[in-house]
Design a binder for this molecule. Structure first.
Ligand SMILES: *Cc1c(COP(=O)(O)O)cnc(C)c1O
Length: 310
């Protein structure tokens, strides 16, 4: 359980290297492309989930809560990350899972959660929709006393702050940064610490353009400064997932692309988030949308645990 050493290991991201993509076949058109390999931090507590959990775990510790509760879908990277992080840091963990038909044996993600001692509660989709609802949360606090609640995906201000910290770990001279998005918390965190001359390309894993407003709301909620929010939002472009059919959807072309990228650039990607984001970047390079002095950073947000789920 949570010894001091293991806990220090939990907050150590030194395995996340900055990998420059080697371009043997000149497919990157002479551009410098780097990947921040947050996927290498840990097999489960990795990527942006590691960054989003960091200050939540510390807050739970400071508040002397014995257990942490959070929410996720059946294949949730966040659920797996939380289960393992809690195990390492010495917390009990509770997962509220979307889908009353599921059991803890239903898939590898849930099995891993259970193996780290996470207590899984399977709820209907109707109940799951209430996960941010004030009275639902109040009821959870009654049902599970002395419990620190982390919102789905770690998408609170602690999550945002953890993602802002990525700027401590990368050089500041990039011109273009690419990141995959679900709730947009990671994107908001990156924007809030981004150097002036940078542009953030946010590749949503979902269809639609609502995420821009969500990101603005997260910044506004976090910093209470409309000017700052606008300044951040003006330096990002949002891309909706129109190519592969939307959230969690894939085509044979996506798997071919993942295999190609792994062989060509030695870069493993996940099928829900990072492969689609990297596909966007790669297409833009092929279409020569960057100037020759561009220096590109792709943030690998992890998610490899969920690959090939079906
Ligand atoms: C959860 C997740 C995201 C989405 O992060 P948000 O902060 O919710 O936008 C992106 N990539 C991977 C691999 C993830 O697991």
């Amino acid at each position: 359980m949570g010894g001091k050493n293991s806990e220090m290991e939990l907050f150590d991201c030194s395995k996340s290297i900055l990998q420059q993509l080697e371009d043997k076949n000149c497919l990157l058109k002479g551009l410098e492309v780097f990947v921040k390999r947050d996927d290498l931090i840990d097999d489960l507590v990795s990527g942006n989930k590691w960054r989003k959990l960091k200050y939540n775990i510390l807050a739970a510790k400071n508040g002397q809560f014995p257990r942490i509760l959070t929410f996720g879908g059946a294949y949730s990277n966040h659920l797996g990350a939380t289960a393992k992080a809690c195990h390492v840091a010495g917390f009990e963990s509770i997962g509220i899972v979307r889908g009353e038909e599921l059991i803890s044996e239903s898939n590898e993600t849930l099995k891993r959660c259970a193996s780290f001692g996470m207590q899984l509660h399977f709820v209907t989709r109707e109940d799951y929709v209430l996960r941010d609802d004030k009275s639902y949360i109040e009821q959870l606090h009654i049902d599970f006393p002395n419990t620190y609640i982390v919102p789905e995906g770690g998408s609170n201000f602690y999550g945002l702050s953890g993602c802002q910290e990525i700027w401590k770990d990368v050089p500041q001279d990039f011109t273009d940064v690419f990141v995959a998005a679900g709730t947009g918390t990671t994107a908001a965190g990156i924007l809030s610490g981004m150097p002036e001359h940078c542009h953030l390309h946010v590749c949503s894993a979902l269809k639609g353009d609502f995420l821009k407003d969500d990101i603005a709301r997260k910044l506004e909620y976090g910093f209470h400064n409309e000017e700052f929010t606008e300044h951040c939002i003006n330096r990002m472009t949002l891309y909706s997932e129109e190519i592969f059919g939307g959230y969690g959807k894939h085509t044979p072309q996506l798997f071919d692309f993942m295999q190609f990228v792994n062989e060509e650039f030695n870069l493993p990607l996940d099928q829900v988030y990072t492969a689609k984001a990297f596909y966007r970047l790669y297409q833009m390079i092929q279409n020569e949308e960057f100037g020759s002095s561009s220096k590109i950073l792709f943030i690998h947000t992890g998610g490899l645990q969920g690959n090939f789920k079906s």
